[in-house]
Design a protein around this ligand. Structure first.
Ligand SMILES: Nc1ncnc2c1ncn2[C@@H]1O[C@H](COP(=O)(O)OP(=O)(O)OP(=O)(O)O)[C@@H](O)[C@H]1O
Ligand SMILES: [Mg+2]
Length: 251
């Protein structure tokens, strides 16, 4: 399964991507996580140090992956993938190293091509943590055109739910068959009710609601991943989202 994680800025895309990836790896799945943020942070949430993240080789721009291209997806994973402490393989696809270096379209084209070639033998699940906004769905071809499922992470705010509704419409145009919302940072029972009510209003199917947990904030401030044994309520809901994904039919 190929899963794209999208949503408005700061809603928790990277945090959720890392926790879903970890939960899948704990279930024995082979997981490849792709960071497509030009300011990449997924490595930190997956337990790498800043120095380790800085040393990860970047996926070359405009790489053509596939039988008729430069390399196969398995070579991309072998060459550019880095194993993280929880067993997830991380690929860092897009990073802006230099001011004025130009647009990142070439990097997005590489990710699109990689997703098009990656097979079950290479990874049970490929998870792509996207930069905020909707541009990845509008770029030529769409970075996530080969995704099976999109998860739109939302805060308990109407604007982030409207973002999810817009994402669903664009994803359908791109031919991505299944898009679901995931509520995050729910502090009160009222927040969970808000997600249910407003998602229904805008036609956003909900895959789960993850609570706000100070343990997530502390992990972020300490520059690491959520420690094993902390954030129990968050982990429980992440497990439910993973169960939900396991039951999504993929053609
Ligand atoms: N469930 C949660 N409980 C508490 N804090 C959370 C939760 N999820 C995310 N956060 C906090 O919200 C902030 C933003 O999270 P994160 O970086 O994952 O968002 P993002 O959507 O990837 O942001 P960006 O748009 O910049 O890529 C971080 O400080 C993180 O610790
Ligand atoms: Mg992020």
């Amino acid at each position: 399964m190929k899963v794209g994680i999208v949503g408005k800025g700061g809603v928790g895309k990277t945090t959720t991507s890392s926790l879903i990836a970890r939960a899948l790896a704990e279930r024995g799945r082979k997981v490849v996580a792709v960071d497509t943020d030009s300011n990449p942070n997924l490595g930190m949430s997956l337990g790498l140090t800043f120095e380790e993240i800085e040393a990860i080789p970047q996926l070359p721009r405009s790489l053509i992956v596939g039988a008729k291209g430069d390399v196969r997806a398995e070579d991309v994973i072998d060459t550019y993938g880095r194993t993280t402490p929880f067993g997830v393989t991380l690929i860092s696809a897009i990073k802006v190293n230099e001011a004025g270096a130009g647009c990142t379209c070439g990097g997005h084209a590489s990710v699109r091509s990689f997703l098009g070639d990656v097979l079950e033998e290479n990874a049970d699940v490929t998870l792509v943590d996207m930069e905020a906004g909707l541009e990845h769905l509008s770029r030529s071809g769409g970075t996530l055109a080969y995704a099976d499922v999109l998860l739109v992470i939302m805060e308990p705010s109407r604007k982030s739910i409207i973002t999810a509704a817009r994402t669903i419409a664009l994803a359908e145009e791109l031919g991505i068959p299944r898009t679901f919302g995931v509520g995050n940072k729910a502090r009160l029972p009222e927040d969970a009710e808000f997600f249910e009510k407003v998602c229904a209003e805008y036609g956003v199917p909900l895959a789960g609601v993850i609570p706000y947990d100070i343990a997530v904030v502390d992990a972020d401030r300490a520059g690491g991943s959520l420690a094993t044994g902390s954030g129990d309520a968050v982990r429980r809901e992440i497990e439910r989202v993973v169960d939900f994904l396991d039951n999504v039919p993929v053609s």
